[in-house]
Design a binder for this molecule. Sequence first.
Ligand code: FSX
Ligand code: SF4
Ligand code: F3S
Length: 407
Amino acid sequence: MEDRRDIMMSMFKANGANAETNKDDKYYKQLKNDLDARVKQLEKLPAMHDVSLKETLKNEGINRRDFMKWATAACAMLSLPAGFVPTVAKAAELADRLPIIWLHMAECTGCSESLLRSANPSIDSLIFDHISLEYHETLMAASGWQAEQNLENAMHKYKGKYVLMVEGGIPMNNQGEFLTIGGHGKKGVEIANAAANDAAAIFAIGTCSSFGGVQAAAPNPTGAVSMSEATGKNVINVPGCPPSEKNIVGTLLHFLLYGTLPALDAYNRPQWAYKRRVHDQCERRGHFDAGEFVEQYGDHGAKEGYCLYKVGCKGPYTFNNCSKNKFNQGTSWPIQAGFGCMGCSEPDFWDTMGVVGEPLKDRLYHTTFGGLGADATADKIGMGVLTLTAVGIAAHATIAAIKPPKE
Ligand code: FSX
Ligand code: SF4
Ligand code: F3S
């Protein structure tokens, strides 16, 4: 039987929980009002497409139920409660109210491909088609002088209102001459700066634009830098090489809904997508904790789906939500396919994540945690003692939990 003290304690806890719930209710009620008001504002803006998203989805054989299922998933992805699903759906339908200029700098176009190349278009890619893409070099019909003119026109017409999405690193050496674009031979850095000056918001799509990427790998002959470094502007980074279509569309959806920038981590990545480590959301994590590792590709462990740490997985050092969103319309992601994470959403991963296929071992991965050397604990333990390896990385996880990644 509970004594008086236990009863008092449970009453105290219950009151505390109620106070928290009331606080949350109030917060979400206010937020719902704000987002609904924002959606109403968007509704008043002129539609830039003749065909509505509803019609496009219908023409592609996607029914309302599928679309609402998509909106429910998008809502969860943005950490909004289920009551926001109709608001998220509406915002997606109004995506053509937002003019977008998408620039390509030095890169492989994999970021656009991540979104666009699928035999059966996903709802994400259809929404992307529905967005008012005023300029996108891969997608637009115009070329040559006409294309350059289109960019000038879009920047002029939507001055201060367009969202600028940039794919690729920006070469700065030789006064930026390693990247010239179009008939007038304009330098990438000039175009990036001109477009950035009049943008309502700037999103760096992919690791190249976010942090320099493969172009910036040592010895970085072209002097490639990130969009934020090239322009000195506040840029929201959506890294990944490439990022998933969900993170690209989700970033846009967030901007449509809120009209403001999302909560960011120390590398300017939206927290809703990049706040957790790959390692902490990995389907092979149970095997890591149990000390069950793939020793080499094709072995018994590989067939059993064991942890890929010993064959070079950098999931413990990487912040991204790939296990949840996956790629190719949710088909798979690197670790599911049997290959370790390469750390593609982290700054300078080409140089700092060591050899592909090998663990970081005793290398001090010191950019992630402000030189704390947190990973030294994990890696110095040595690969021979599996349980201790697990303990070491768990120590790293604790530090990750209390200290966000910081340069
Ligand atoms: Fe970089 Fe995007 Fe990697 Fe490629 O263009 S992030 S090289 S997937 O495509 O910029
Ligand atoms: Fe998953 Fe890699 Fe972590 Fe293993 S080390 S649990 S494969 S993220
Ligand atoms: Fe990139 Fe690693 Fe995800 S390589 S796609 S962050 S699993």
